[in-house]
Design a protein around this ligand. Structure first.
Ligand code: NAD
Ligand code: IPM
Ligand code: MN
Length: 356
C-alpha cells in the first residue's frame, strides 16, 4: 500500500481546530480509495512553542520537513509574538526555503455558499488565483536607517527576478491553456515604474508562446473594483505576492467567506514538499471556542488529494463541502449556523462516505 507521509503543523489559534477536521477527511478519503494511506507526523511549532523555546521551529526543522511528501498547515501568528517574527521564522520560511513559488487559491463560489453580491449568479464567481509566492514584495529585503532619529528612513525593497517572474507567469499560461480559460494579469505598472513595468513586459513576452490563450491585463485598483462589480470577468488570474494576498481575501469574501477559502503552496518541480493551508489566519477572536469553520482547511486537503494525482477524490471532497453548504443545516456561526467545528467536519465525512 502506498503511504503518504504528511507533516502537520497545526500552528496557532484556530489552526489545530480546523486541521483536525481536515485530517478526518483525508483519512476518510484514503479509506474510500483503499489504494493508499496517510501517515501524519505532528510538529508542535508555532507561537506557544516560541514562548517556551525562543524559536518558532527547530534549528533543523527544514531538514526534518524535507523528508515529507507534503505539509499540512493550520495558521501561524498569535498576539504575544510579533507577527513579523512568527511568520518569517515559520510560514514564510517554509514557502521560500522549499521554493513553493506557486500559490494556488481557488476563488470559487460553491452551491449554498453565501455571497454579499446580490446580483451575482453562482457561476459568476469562479476564479483561479495564481499568486507569486517566493519573492516580489515579500522578498524580505530592506533597510532601517537612522532608527529613532528625525531623519529616519525605512526601505522595503521588492525583488522581481526574471526567473521568478517568468516561471509564475508561464505556469499561469499553462494552467489557462489546460483549462481552456482566459488569463488575467493584475499589476500596477502606472505607479510601480520598475517592478510592475517589468511584470507587464514579461506577461506580454511569455504570452507570445500562448497565442491560443485569451489575455487581459488590469491595474490592481481597477481589478479590485471589477472583482466586486463584475466577478465574471476573471477566470485564471496571475499576480504578484502582495496583490495576490490582498485580492484573495477580497475574493474569499465574495465566494463565501474566509472560512471557506483554501490555498496550496506548490513547488512544481517537486524537489521539496508542497504545503497546503487555508488562507485565513489564526483568528484569535474566535479561537478556543470550537466554532471555527473547518471548510477552508478541508478544501486545502482536497487540493492535496489533487496534487497526489487523486483528482476524483479531491472532487468528491469538494462535492461533500458543497453538500454541507447546500443542506444549510450543519454550518458554523460565520455562515449563519450554530454548528461546531467538529460537527461540520463529521458531516463532510458522512457525505463523503455516502458517495452522494
Ligand atoms: P484572520 O484570517 O485570522 O481573521 C480575520 C477574520 O476572519 C476574523 O474575524 C476571524 O474570526 C475570521 N475568520 C478567519 N478564519 C475563520 C474561520 N475558519 N472560521 C470562522 N471565522 C474565521 O486574520 P487576522 O485576524 O488578520 O490575523 C490573525 C493572525 O493570523 C495574525 O497573527 C496574522 O499574521 C496571522 N495570519 C496567518 C496566516 C497563515 O498562517 N497562513 C494567514 C493570515 C493571517
Ligand atoms: C496568507 C497570509 C500570509 C501572507 C501572512 C500571514 C504572512 O496573509 O497566507 O495569506 O501574507 O502570505
Ligand atoms: Mn493573507
Amino acid at each position: 500500500m502506498k503511504i503518504y507521509n504528511i507533516a502537520v503543523i497545526a500552528g496557532d489559534g484556530i489552526g489545530p481546530e480546523v486541521i483536525n477536521e481536515g485530517i478526518k477527511v483525508l483519512k476518510a478519503a484514503s479509506e474510500i480509495a483503499r489504494e493508499f494511506e496517510f501517515e501524519f507526523t505532528y510538529f508542535p511549532w508555532g507561537c506557544e512553542y516560541y514562548l517556551k523555546h525562543g524559536k518558532m521551529m527547530d534549528e533543523d526543522g527544514l531538514e526534518k520537513l524535507k523528508e515529507f511528501d507534503a505539509i499540512y498547515l493550520g495558521a501561524v501568528g498569535y498576539p504575544g509574538v510579533p507577527d513579523h517574527i512568527s511568520l518569517w521564522d515559520l510560514l514564510l520560511k517554509i514557502r521560500k526555503s522549499f521554493d513553493q513559488y506557486i500559490n494556488i487559491r481557488p476563488i470559487k463560489r460553491l452551491k449554498g455558499a453565501p455571497c454579499p453580491l446580490k446580483e451575482a449568479k453562482l457561476e459568476d464567481v469562479d476564479m483561479l488565483f495564481i499568486r507569486e509566492n517566493s519573492e516580489g514584495e515579500y522578498a524580505g529585503a530592506g533597510e532601517w536607517l537612522f532608527k529613532g532619529k528625525p531623519e529616519e528612513v525605512v526601505l522595503q525593497t521588492s525583488v522581481f527576478s526574471r526567473k521568478g517572474t517568468e516561471r509564475v507567469i508561464r505556469y499561469a499560461y499553462e494552467t489557462a491553456r489546460k483549462l481552456g480559460k482566459s488569463l488575467t494579469s493584475i499589476s500596477k505598472g502606472n505607479a510601480l515604474n520598475y517592478s510592475m513595468v517589468f511584470w507587464d513586459q514579461v506577461f506580454d513576452e511569455v504570452g507570445k508562446e500562448y497565442p491560443d490563450v485569451k489575455t487581459y491585463s488590469y491595474l490592481v485598483d481597477a481589478a479590485s473594483m471589477y472583482m466586486i462589480k463584475q466577478p465574471e470577468r476573471f477566470e485564471v488570474v496571475v499576480t504578484s505576492n502582495l496583490f495576490g494576498d490582498i485580492l484573495t481575501d477580497l475574493g474569499a469574501a465574495i465566494a463565501g467567506g474566509l472560512g471557506l477559502a483554501a490555498g496550496a503552496n506548490i513547488n512544481p518541480e517537486r524537489t521539496y514538499p508542497s504545503m497546503f493551508e487555508p488562507i485565513h489566519g489564526s483568528a484569535p477572536d474566535i479561537s478556543g471556542k470550537g466554532i471555527a469553520n473547518p471548510l477552508a482547511a478541508i478544501w486545502s486537503a482536497s487540493q492535496m488529494l489533487d496534487f497526489f494525482g487523486y483528482d476524483h477524490l479531491g472532487k468528491s471532497v469538494l462535492n461533500a463541502i458543497e453538500g454541507v453548504l447546500s443542506e444549510n443545516e450543519t454550518l458554523t456561526p460565520d455562515m449563519g449556523g450554530t454548528a461546531t467545528t467538529s460537527e461540520v467536519g463529521d458531516r463532510v465525512v458522512e457525505i463523503l462516505k455516502s458517495g452522494k
